[in-house]
Design a protein. Structure first.
Length: 534
């Protein structure tokens, strides 16, 4: 019996989940899953082909890797096995899984699934060969972590080690009493370290076995904690520090985190966790839905046309992570036609039915991931940002950072005769150092103050996260140069992009120019005011 929280780890981050669901729909929707080795192998091979699973991991031909990935989708409330009219157990998507498979913006869908995640749940109910979790856990784990980050005694931060040793193990409920107990344990741990742990900690939580396998008695708990923090990071509520591994709330997201806690802290947990179909369908409600009324007994027969449509959609979801798709054009249709080999008219009709206005969310999910990758994806982060300014905001945008002693991106409004320069910082807690301040004030701004007939209207930093001290650096640069500027964290930037209306480009860009030259770190309130002001 599991005596600590558990999250499956075939994928530790949620970025690839929408495509995994789309592949699952393409290969297994409406089919028998349990015991169907060939279907499971086909799913595993498809994951490898899509780059979602490393090739060569299979130790046998049983499709165990496919089953593990499918189990992870169940843990997130995206798929389930339900009986058809003949009593045959078949694989279906929940409403949330269906939304992802059809290419809906994954950020709000998966954020809700993470927040709703609870123990007890079907995946750890002990049924049909599943592991069973100790009944003492009656908690929404990610809401519990938010409660800790909002607790005044913890200083707004939590380490991976604290999560592994004290949160996964003692976070039994979302009650204030339980939260306070874990806070007390964490504070003691910060002073006394491992000596503060209970004498029978190894016996309770199985750490001695792990020590014999890896040499680290806490290894399995640390792995689970890392997965949990990765999932929470996807929600755009937290930022991570690598040394030591820790998390804190993004300042602009504190109010949203508190809103999630207020919503779910006292909300009753879902019942029927041993009934797979009933529990999963209730857990897997998509945002804005309140009940799953589908008659799945009529949907167990999957036609060839439905399989083809699923393949078209899976390729669309994959492509939408690589570029912004704002509509269905001939280029996109031909591209998916060439990949699938399907008739061009069928591809076009399917895309126009499923995604008439394109989809922005998958690309923004990838943008968020790039912002947290450090130097590893720095150039891709710059190119993706330029794409947003070009495609969504309607500026001319050029990525120029590779030329040296240049800002990363130069944007222009040719009609109004002004420009802006942008520096991307894939840093969790960006603040403007003296060196960065000098480079912006003495190199970048003078070079672009009046360039190609465009007067410089603003400078801007876009970072994974911002320190409060960033405002001091912005003020210094503005005072030295007389050019307005700003900084924005990636979560707030994504909110701006998602809610931006490009139907009035001229007025909209004027509002953006004013926002980007605001003279401080841009908040969600600033974004809302700018959008309303148009």
């Amino acid at each position: 019996m599991l005596n600590y929280w558990m999250f499956p780890r075939p994928f530790r981050k949620l970025t690839g989940v929408p495509l995994r669901v789309a592949v699952s729909v393409r290969l297994a929707l409406g089919k028998e899953w349990a015991g169907q080795r060939q279907t499971q192998v086909n799913f595993e091979e498809a994951l490898e082909q899509e780059g979602l699973k490393r090739p060569g991991e299979r130790r046998d031909g049983s499709g165990s890797g496919g089953r593990t990935h499918q189990a992870s989708l169940k843990t997130l409330g995206l798929v389930f096995n339900g009986k058809d009219q003949h009593g045959v157990r078949r694989l279906y998507t929940t409403l949330a899984g269906d939304a992802l498979a059809k290419g809906s913006n994954p950020i709000p869908v998966l954020t809700e699934q993470v927040m709703k995640n609870q123990f007890p749940c079907y995946q750890y109910s002990g049924g049909r060969g599943l592991k069973e979790m100790a009944p003492r856990f009656r908690v929404r784990p990610f809401v519990f972590i938010l409660q800790l980050l909002l607790h005044p005694q913890l200083g707004g931060n939590l380490t991976q080690e604290e999560t592994a040793k004290l949160v996964l193990t003692y976070g039994e409920s979302n009650s204030s009493k339980c939260v306070d107990d874990v806070v007390r344990r964490i504070l003691k741990f910060r002073i006394d370290g491992d000596s503060s742990l209970e004498a029978d900690f190894d016996e309770k939580f199985g750490t001695s076995w792990e020590q014999s396998r890896t040499g680290n008695r806490f290894g399995h708990l640390l792995d689970i904690a890392n997965t949990a923090l990765n999932w929470l990071e996807y929600t755009l509520l937290i930022q991570r520090e690598l040394r030591p591994s820790s998390i804190s709330l993004i300042p602009s997201q504190v109010a949203k985190a508190r809103e999630f806690v207020n919503t779910y802290q006292s909300k009753p947990l879902l019942r029927d966790h041993t009934d797979e179909a009933k529990f999963q369908r209730a857990y897997g409600l998509a945002p804005g839905t309140f009940r799953d009324n589908r008659n799945l007994t009529r949907e167990s027969s999957v036609t060839l046309q439905a399989v083809m449509a699923s393949e078209v959609n899976a390729q669309f979801v994959k492509l939408s992570t690589t570029r912004i798709i704002t509509g269905i054009d001939a280029r996109l249709v031909r591209e998916i036609r060439d990949i699938t080999g399907f008739d061009e008219a069928f591809v076009q009709k399917t895309l126009q039915k499923l995604h008439p206005n394109g989809e922005l969310g998958p690309f923004l999910t990838k943008l968020n991931e790039m912002a947290h990758q450090g130097r590893e994806d720095a150039r891709d982060f710059e190119l993706a940002t330029a794409e947003v300014f070009r495609t969504v905001f309607g500026f001319e945008a050029e990525q120029i950072g590779q030329h040296g002693r240049q800002p990363d991106i130069w944007v222009k409004d040719r009609a109004k005769g002004y420009s802006g320069i942008i520096d991307n910082k894939a840093i969790q807690d960006f603040s403007i150092s003296h060196t960065a301040e000098s480079v912006m004030a003495n190199t970048y701004i003078p070079a672009y103050r009046s360039n190609d007939g465009h007067d410089l209207a603003f400078f801007m930093y876009i970072a994974a996260g911002l320190k409060p001290t960033v405002n001091r650096g912005l003020t210094n640069i503005i005072e030295q140069t007389g050019v307005g500027g700003s900084a924005i964290d990636i979560a707030t930037f994504i909110e701006l992009v998602l809610h931006y209306d490009d139907t009035r480009h001229e007025a909209s860009r004027d509002a953006l120019r004013d926002l980007f030259s605001i003279g401080r770190a841009i908040s969600l309130a600033d974004v809302e005011e700018a959008l309303v002001a148009r």
